[in-house]
Write a protein that binds this ligand. Structure first.
Ligand code: UDX
Length: 436
């Protein structure tokens, strides 16, 4: 059992802190937002994440998990201090390290004995060393400490499961002593440990996310070619993915990646490369493909019905992916304004992200949590997120509800034969058109 303080109660901080408590540590999660901390102490979770509330409540009850705004006391009481604060993207694409630097300063000011300071936020290569120097600058006396980089790989929507069953833990440390302490707290996770220096650990996080984004843009480019040569990208991906060197995952063509990580991290990596005089051309192409891909549903819809003005469009899905209420960099944020600009009326479905989406679209669209209600009185349908309710749609019923039986599917949710049998005009990504 270790005493761990976690700085930041966003996705990374909250999920990691909760999981460290779950495996038996004494964890204090800190945030400057008093309202958020008060709600967390009552077991109210600020994000939608399946299963998290139950585990948070259990660990609060069993007194392994507490939440506080008293950051200095939490740091002084801890043996290990995790930094899990946000690193938003500045205009330039550079990661904004203001929160990380502020936390490092507070840690320095409250360093009352040897501690391991662990960075879990996604930060540019070199930040570990920067954190080290800020702590040194603000600490008094000669108190020892070590900085470790232990990046996070969890996905939203399966964050708890991803952390409890992590495929690997990357531990980049400045000393064996610190590396061993962090290895030890990972033992209950029974995972593969990769030990490196600080810089490599920081780079692993960017390289992993950038590679996954590359896989998505690659298959989307292949999808665009498939459309022109009469191939079906889902079959192409299946045929490619069975090669174990390629792997089947992250080869789903669609309207591109969104979320809090890929768009931000790909841009940050280009910036990191520029700082060392390297033009990361491939990453720029990955981003370009992703931008192009988002608008495909709009162009496809306009190909089918040339005039969108006055049409009512049922938009199925607002969140950037299913099982989350996260709207950060969701394709819907660009697609819906483009449809509104064409003069269309939008009836949108999302079972979870409705309120988060309202902050972006206000009263410009109507919001629904019942998928069939969304389709009622609509002319045509566009699919942006592959929610379970969407995947389970009865296509004959969809046909009967729409005034024009058109679906433009940005997530390849249905079998082409099924769409054909329902007599729908069905256009998807990288596959032959049905009843065009
Ligand atoms: C991602 C990484 O998976 C995770 O390891 C990292 O720590 C944070 O970023 P997340 O953003 O939660 O996690 O979502 P993920 O499930 O990876 O999906 C990212 C985006 O890619 C989504 O917009 C999704 O729709 C898209 N995607 C994913 C595809 O378009 N095709 C695919 O085959 C897979």
């Amino acid at each position: 059992m270790k005493r761990i303080a976690v700085m930041g109660t966003g996705y990374v901080g909250l999920v990691s802190g909760t999981c460290f408590a779950e495996i038996g540590n004494q964890v204090t999660c800190c945030d400057i937002d008093e309202g958020k901390i008060q709600r967390l102490n009552e077991g109210i979770i600020p994000i939608y994440e399946p299963g998290l509330e139950e585990v948070v409540k259990r660990n609060i009850k069993e007194e392994r998990l507490t939440f506080t705004t008293d950051i200095p006391s939490a740091i002084r009481d801890a043996e290990i201090v995790y930094i899990g604060v946000g690193t938003p993207m500045a205009e330039s694409g550079e990661a904004d390290l203001t929160f990380v630097k502020n936390v490092a300063k507070t840690i320095g000011e409250n360093l009352n004995g040897y501690k391991v300071i662990v960075n879990k936020s996604t930060v540019p290569v070199g930040t570990g060393k920067l954190v080290q120097s800020i702590i040194k600058e603000h600490s008094t006396g000669n108190v020892e400490f070590d900085v470790v980089s232990n990046p996070e790989f969890l996905r939203e929507g399966s964050a708890l499961e991803d952390t409890m069953n992590m495929e690997r833990a990357v531990i980049g440390a400045t000393s064996d002593k610190a590396a061993n302490i962090i290895k030890e707290i990972h033992e209950p996770f029974n995972t593969t440990i990769i030990s490196t220096n600080l810089e490599s650990a920081e780079m692993i996080k960017y390289a992993a996310n950038a590679f996954l984004a590359t896989k998505i843009s690659f298959i989307n480019d292949i999808a665009n070619i498939c459309e022109r040569v009469g191939a079906d990208v889902t079959k192409v991906a299946e045929g490619m993915g069975l090669d174990s060197r390629i792997g089947a995952k992250f080869l789903q063509a669609g309207i591109g990646y969104g979320g809090s990580c890929f768009p931000k991290d790909t841009r940050a990596l280009i910036h990191i490369a520029e700082q060392v005089d390297y033009d990361f051309k491939m990453m720029k192409a990955v981003i370009n493909t992703n931008e192009y891909q988002k608008m495909k549903v709009v162009t496809k819809l306009k190909d089918i019905i040339s005039e969108l003005k006055g049409k009512t469009i049922a938009v199925l899905g607002l969140a950037f992916k299913p099982n989350t209420d996260d709207m950060r960099d969701a394709p819907s944020l660009e697609i819906i304004p483009a449809l509104l600009k064409e003069g269309a009326k939008i009836q949108a479905f999302d079972p979870i992200a409705k309120e988060a989406a309202r902050l972006h679209f206000g009263d410009a669209i109507s919001y629904h949590t019942d998928v069939y209600e969304t389709l009622t009185n609509a002319d045509v349908c566009v699919i942006l997120t592959e929610w379970k309710d969407v995947l389970e749609l009865d296509l004959n019923k969809v046909h009967s509800l729409l005034s024009k039986p058109v679906i433009v599917d940005g997530r390849n949710c249905f079998d082409l034969k099924e769409a054909e049998a329902a007599n729908l005009i069905y256009h998807s990504i990288g596959r032959p058109e049905v009843n065009s």
